[in-house]
Design a binder for this molecule. Structure first.
Ligand SMILES: Cc1cc2nc3c(=O)[nH]c(=O)nc-3n(C[C@H](O)[C@H](O)[C@H](O)COP(=O)(O)OP(=O)(O)OC[C@H]3O[C@@H](n4cnc5c(N)ncnc54)[C@H](O)[C@@H]3O)c2cc1C
Length: 439
């Protein structure tokens, strides 16, 4: 391994961000606009592939505050007005149109091709004054006296450097750089799902405003497929189900995907004239969270904090939402020269409460005794709250809704109460007080 000196040696910044995905790019944009010296270190060279293509409408306000709406409006991303469920025998639900609870442009959003979308966001961060270094990987976070003090970076040529920062933000997605370094990341045994996905050219599209809808095809046994129309006549298709089910007959992802698509008759019909393009990809264990998500001098955002399940397409919203909330706390912390966990983590209780609403709805979805139509029939006064969940408007008081939900499906154990303990010890000096709180 080369030990040459990196040109990044002796660099220092106010905020060092690990990862230039949507969460990292949004956070850095907000902070650069607030006057802070913000640097993103991204291991890939953009554009790069990423899964997670369906936005939810509550991202609208964040895009507006970021100044990204003009680019999104001018993009070729299909416009999404609704979500529809299709049962395994082909029975279709009435679409859940977001316009039932939201008016005007905020009632629609986009299905994004991630390599283009993520580039758009990272370029926007640069245009707002963020320093971006691509093809620079973060090896580890440097701690001094129990406080994050910077990053150890590795360039493509193998050269290394230590970069100092007042605040370190982990926006590394599923790589969970801090979570793995400190042994905080744990699988969520209550939500054991696998996913396998691929892309098709020429899948059928519905007419009119339904052309950009997300269609969910339910399969027997509690699994489901997404069907997400993308630009250039491409459609993203993926299955989410128990790992034992997906890999029952073959451990091979392509075999499993091809078999399951053929078995789901209403989906196979949509794809009857389509050809598959590109590789089949997958993840055998989707859900995890970190037992602690901020500390002195550091914060996690987006998938680096937690990932539950793709069923409500909440991942990008939670990445952008946590980025905006964390940016406000970091701005406040830097202005007050106090980067303690208590100050940096002020946004966490409200965020975890919102995440918990989504989690309860995920559990409801996988409960065979629960159905959205039965819930809406029994509690018509909560149909609007149900749509709020589908659009992502969950960081607010949803107690009446969750109480109604609990009458039809038992609430899951408190968030974080039953996560498997990681085998890696947490270094004593890295354990701080902002541990994951059960809302
Ligand atoms: C099967 C599946 C389906 C999904 N479907 C949806 C959906 O329909 N809608 C939705 O909203 N969400 C969906 N998601 C979730 C969505 O993909 C994520 O929530 C979203 O990408 C999180 O954004 P992020 O910025 O936190 O992380 P990411 O987008 O993952 O960005 C992290 C970045 O960090 C970089 N990085 C990692 N390690 C390092 C390192 N050591 N040094 C430097 N850089 C590093 C990576 O290269 C990457 O660019 C889905 C997820 C899965 C698994």
């Amino acid at each position: 391994m080369s030990t040459s000196i990196s040109p990044l040696s002796n660099m220092n910044c106010d905020v060092a961000v690990i990862g230039g995905g949507p969460g990292g790019a949004a956070l850095a944009t907000f902070l650069a606009r607030a006057g802070h010296r913000c640097t993103i270190f991204e291991q890939a060279k953009f554009p790069r592939y990423h899964i997670g293509e369906s936005l939810i409408p509550h991202t609208h306000g964040i895009f507006e505050r970021l100044g990204l709406l003009p680019q999104l409006r001018a993009s070729c991303f299909p416009v999404k007005h609704s979500v529809r469920f299709v049962s395994h025998n082909g029975k279709e639900s009435v679409p859940f149109y977001f316009s039932e609870t939201i008016h005007g442009e905020r009632a629609r959003t986009w299905q994004v091709e991630r390599s283009q979308f993520d580039c758009m966001m990272l370029d926007h961060a640069r245009a707002n004054g963020v320093e971006v270094h691509e093809q620079i990987s973060i090896d580890k976070v440097i701690f001094e006296n129990a406080q994050a003090a910077g990053l150890q970076v590795v360039s493509g040529d193998g050269s290394r450097a230590d970069v100092s920062a007042k605040v370190v933000v982990d926006a590394s997605g599923r790589a969970c750089v801090i979570g793995r370094q400190l042994g905080l990341r744990s699988p969520l045994p209550e939500l054991r799902k696998a996913s396998v996905w691929g892309y098709f050219r020429g899948g059928k599209r519905l007419p009119g405003i339904d052309a950009g809808e997300t269609t969910m095809f339910l399969i027997p046994g509690g699994g489901w497929f997404w069907y997400i129309p993308l630009p250039d006549d491409i459609v993203s298709v993926g299955i989410v189900a128990d790992p034992e089910y997906v890999f029952l007959l073959s451990d091979d992802m392509e075999d499993a995907f091809t078999r399951e698509v053929a078995l789901c008759a209403p989906l196979a019909d949509r794809l009857s004239a389509a050809e598959r393009v590109g590789p089949v990809r997958g993840s055998r264990h989707l859900a995890y969270l970190n037992r602690q998500t901020c500390g002195d001098g550091w914060v996690m955002i987006g998938d680096a904090r937690a990932f539950l399940d793709p069923i409500y397409s909440s991942g990008l919203y939670l990445a952008l939402g946590s980025a905006e909330l964390a940016a406000q706390c970091i701005d406040d912390a830097l202005k007050n020269d106090d980067v303690s966990a208590a100050r940096l983590g002020r946004f966490e209780p409200a965020l975890w409460k919102g995440v918990d609403v989504v989690r309860r709805l995920i559990h409801a979805f996988y409960d065979p005794a629960f159905s959205f139509s039965k819930f809406a029939e029994r509690f018509p006064e909560h149909r609007a709250a149900l749509i709020d969940c589908l659009v992502g408007d969950v960081i607010k008081d949803m107690s009446a809704f969750t109480a109604a939900l609990a009458q039809m499906t038992p609430p899951p154990p408190p968030l974080g109460s039953n996560i498997a303990k990681s085998s890696e010890p947490i270094p004593a000096d890295a354990q701080r007080d902002c541990a994951l709180a059960s809302p």
